[in-house]
Design a protein around this ligand. Structure first.
Ligand code: COA
Length: 265
């Protein structure tokens, strides 16, 4: 499929999604949200897509936030609808059964930092900068930032970053657990693809269940947990794996001292 605000490229099962509004620092407007919503559906339904990378167009920005020009005149109801829309799309990314990694190539501010945090984990380039500068606009984050930043970096750091609007660089993001790895700008996509290639060599059903169980550990919203605790979900998911051919293949291959070949069944 093609999208107005996203570039997509499918190679070796990895769909690279590039938010493509470079003249606006890839800011998230309504159209970008619609496109992200639709591309997540494509990831779910297209069996050729095994995993995805989200990155930004140009050398400067991953995504510099929600499009400020779009919401500047909103009233309370419109603002709440905007936050709900953003949260729903980001929940869709977070709950994708196929891995989605953010490759952060520059500014990840406001909604951009929130988009990166909705991905399963984050790799960034040395020039990446992260922040939740909403208080500069008299606002707070609305696309899950108050929750996900706290889950990732802890309460004290999250409070500090959101109250001061201070931007942090790649090394500080690494030190506080916001990103998993830092690499050069030139190697960012290659490194991210290497990680996904490793993940794609594992059993896909098991990978999907790991995502589900870990999400329950951090998402308290009962709409997304079906009333189950994470431990209950883990027991059920562990059992489900025993009904898969991939589990039989994985255990048999280990006992036969050979490499497992998984089929996703
Ligand atoms: N929404 C809408 N437009 C944005 C934007 C955003 N979040 N971030 C950047 N842009 C636009 C700028 O308005 C400018 O457009 P113009 O050329 O038509 O005037 C263009 O992108 C380039 O940005 P500019 O500010 O000139 O680049 P810079 O290199 O001087 O600064 C940033 C880069 C990212 C530091 C700066 O753009 C910025 O602070 N952006 C807003 C970040 C923010 O508050 N995000 C949270 C939103 S809730």
């Amino acid at each position: 499929m093609t999208y107005g605000t996203l570039l997509t490229n499918l190679e070796n099962g990895i769909l690279t999604i590039t938010v493509n509004r470079p003249d606006k620092m890839n800011a998230l407007n309504r159209e970008v949200f619609n496109d992200l919503d639709n591309v997540m559906d494509e990831i779910t339904t297209n069996a050729e897509i095994k995993s995805a990378i989200i990155t930004g167009s140009g050398a400067k920005a991953f995504v510099a936030g929600a499009d400020i020009a779009e919401f500047a005149d909103y009233n309370k109801e419109e603002a709440m609808a905007l936050a709900k829309r953003g949260q729903d799309v980001f929940f869709k990314i977070e709950n994708s059964k196929k891995p989605v990694i953010a490759a952060v190539n520059g500014f990840a501010l406001g909604g951009g930092c929130e988009l990166a945090m909705a991905c399963h984990f984050r790799i960034c380039s040395e020039n990446a900068k992260f922040g939740q500068p909403e208080v500069n606009l008299g606002l707070i984050p609305g696309y899950g930032g108050t929750q996900r930043l706290t889950q990732l970096v802890g309460k004290g750091k999250s409070m500090e970053l959101q109250m001061t609007a201070r931007m942090i660089d790649a090394n500080e993001a690494l030190a506080c657990g916001l990103v998993n790895q830092v690499c050069s700008t030139e190697s960012l996509l290659e490194r991210t693809r290497e990680i996904l290639t490793t993940i794609q060599s594992k059993a896909p059903i098991a990978i999907g269940k790991i995502i589900e169980c870990i999400n329950i550990a951090v998402v308290s919203d009962s709409a997304y947990t079906n009333g189950k605790t994470g431990f209950e979900k883990e027991i059920e998911s562990f059992g489900d794996c025993f009904n898969t051919s991939d589990m039989k293949e994985g255990t048999t291959a280990f006992l036969e001292k050979r490499k497992a070949v998984f089929t996703g069944k």
